[in-house]
Write a protein that binds this ligand. Structure first.
Ligand code: THU
Length: 167
């Protein structure tokens, strides 16, 4: 029966916390893009601003998104889904990396369940590394992170193991 488990997505990456300064420059660039777009968040109800960025495999192009809330609450779009929806609608469906930034004291923020499933859709059979960092409002958009800022390096198959997928 164990063979039935083999087709289920399993993490390809071991989660770790790495100082920002030790990350690859392409990952630093992605995190900075997420920080910058977070400033556009429309979050008058929660006041919780989130920024996200995904790098497409083709052209290494970065797509960014922020959360967009709504008075009726349910129509709210999370930052991750905004970024991916922008990318998909521009013709990009495969992603090498993703980033999410927000601020909650003393803890990394972690993508909601709906966003995990949404990201997973575009992973296919290959895990997508996801980098999560705390965004501090007092930092400048030119230099939003310090080299010793902790970054959670995880992946969509870590965040959503054994996920639902039909093909
Ligand atoms: N939010 C995101 O943008 N991404 C997540 O993964 C979790 C939640 C947003 C939705 C809402 O605008 C605010 O954070 C508070 O829930």
């Amino acid at each position: 029966m164990a063979h039935l488990l083999k087709g289920l997505a399993q993490p390809e990456i071991t989660e770790s916390v790495i100082p920002y300064g030790k990350l690859d420059a392409t990952v630093q660039e992605l995190l900075c893009a997420a920080y910058v777009v977070r400033q556009c968040a429309y979050a008058p109800y929660s006041n919780f601003k989130v920024g996200s960025a995904f790098r497409a495999k083709i052209n290494n192009q970065i797509f960014t998104g922020c959360n967009v809330e709504n008075a009726a609450f349910t129509p709210t779009a999370c930052a991750e889904r905004t970024a991916l929806t922008k990318a998909i609608s521009e013709g990009y469906q495969q992603f090498s990396t993703g980033a999410v930034v927000a601020y909650k004291p003393e803890v990394f923020i972690s993508p909601c369940g709906v966003c995990r499933q949404f990201i997973r859709e575009f992973a296919g059979n290959t895990d997508i590394p996801i980098y999560i960092a705390q965004a501090l409002d007092e930092r400048s958009p030119e230099e939003p992170f310090n080299s010793d800022d902790p970054v959670l390096c995880t992946s969509i198959f870590n965040l959503l193991p054994k996920s639902f997928h039909t093909y």
